[in-house]
Ligand binder design. Structure first.
Ligand SMILES: Nc1ncnc2c1ncn2[C@@H]1O[C@H](COP(=O)(O)OP(=O)(O)OP(=O)(O)O)[C@@H](O)[C@H]1O
Ligand SMILES: [Mg+2]
Length: 360
């Protein structure tokens, strides 16, 4: 069994820096979990503690049902691909990939088979005899991945393994990784800065900030029900729009009121207002795809002025100005929208989010 349990895990580096704070994560056997968060939030530190390359300052790590804090790295059944590949510079691609198998005294015939399997899988055929210095960054990264894959690890820790690949190869490798995961059924923890990767590959995503876990959930939970403003703003591109304002009860109806207008809030947000919203000062969040631009007034719409249109290939985005507030709105690429015109914005009621103002 290769489930992982992180219980109140903390990391304090010798210089006193508290890099990981009370982390509680349960990863089930065979799960693909992505770990995302801004640079410096503690992702690599977390992986290194799981791999046994870094001491755990406080808390308990279970691999399977074995308390593993003090088990040496080599006995954990874990393979890790590092952010900075860490290949042996004096060894060929072949020797790098099969190194771990030799250590484990795997017979040569099987070593060859596995080598050929990963060379094929990772598009490295023909490079067997090169040294790392003779490879591109993307090729090195694939060798590092190959070196981990041949070990059939119970747990695979991947620290931005595709970051040096070009866009096309990246998408190809993403599909490959999904296939590999399906086949090997390893438990995978995957660190990435690429949202599309996290969304498409993961069973669940864990979002970290400043060493703390902000939310863990399925990609759709994280995207559609962000636990706080930080997660809402971090996941999704272009980012969710935020407007600061306050809640007001007018004629017994809940309104969000801000300097440029007001909007009646749907019934569904009532529970949230009762339960988790503290005080009147709030931030309203709405994603670019959940706003509609129209040029006819509606009784529950906001008024703005269209200003810039940008194309992102499959989608177009229009910036709408409401005084100093800028909102990004997704529009269909074929749709004509005049710029510098007064427009009305309709916010999809069931897609509005409310956050406490002073909370992350
Ligand atoms: N050996 C160390 N001693 C002291 N502080 C460290 C050490 N290693 C990392 N840190 C600090 O711990 C924090 C977390 O680092 P970590 O490498 O885990 O971040 P990360 O989330 O992987 O970031 P990135 O996305 O940039 O790779 C950072 O603020 C970093 O400066
Ligand atoms: Mg890192």
């Amino acid at each position: 069994m290769a489930e992982l349990k992180l219980m109140n895990i903390n990391k304090r580096y010798p210089n006193g820096f508290h890099a990981v704070k009370d982390l509680n994560i349960y990863v089930s056997d065979g799960e693909f979990l992505s770990l995302v968060g801004p640079s410096g939030c503690g992702k690599s530190t977390t992986l290194r503690m799981i791999a046994g390359l870094e001491d755990i300052s406080e808390g308990e790590l279970y691999i399977g049902n074995r308390l593993s804090n003090d088990i040496p790295a080599k006995d954990r059944g874990i393979a890790m691909v590092f952010q900075s590949y860490a290949l042996f510079p004096h060894m060929t691609v072949e020797a790098n990939i099969t190194f771990g198998l030799k250590i484990k005294k795997v017979p040569e015939k099987i070593r060859k088979e596995k080598l050929n399997w990963v060379l094929e899988l990772l598009d490295l055929k023909g490079l067997e005899n090169r040294k790392p210095a003779e490879l591109s960054g993307g090729q090195r990264q694939r060798v590092a991945l190959g070196r981990a894959l041949v070990l059939d690890p119970d747990v695979l820790l991947l620290d931005e393994p595709l970051s040096n690949l070009d866009a096309k190869l990246r998408v190809k490798m993403r599909t490959e990784l999904k296939r590999i995961h399906k086949k090997l059924k390893s438990t995978i923890i995957y660190v990435t800065h690429d949202q599309a990767e996290a969304m498409t590959l993961s069973d669940r995503i864990a979002v970290m900030k400043d060493g703390k876990l902000m939310q863990i959930g399925t990609p759709s939970e994280i995207y559609n029900n962000p636990a706080n403003k930080f997660v809402a703003g971090f996941v999704g591109s272009p980012a969710m729009n935020f407007i600061s304002g306050e809640l007001k009860l007018i004629d017994n109806k809940n309104y969000f009121v801000f300097e440029m207008g007001k909007i009646e809030l749907p019934e569904l947000l009532k529970e949230k207002i009762k339960e988790s919203i503290k005080g009147k000062d709030v931030v309203l969040g709405i994603r670019p795809e959940d706003i509609e631009i129209s040029f006819e007034k509606d009784n529950n719409s906001l008024t703005g002025v269209t200003s810039i249109r940008e194309t992102l290939g499959s989608d177009d985005y229009v910036t709408v100005e409401m005084g100093n507030i800028l909102l990004t709105v997704r529009v269909e690429p074929e749709k004509f929208i005049p710029m510098d015109e007064k427009c009305y914005l309709k916010l999809k009621g069931n897609k509005m989010h409310l956050f406490n103002k002073d909370e992350d």
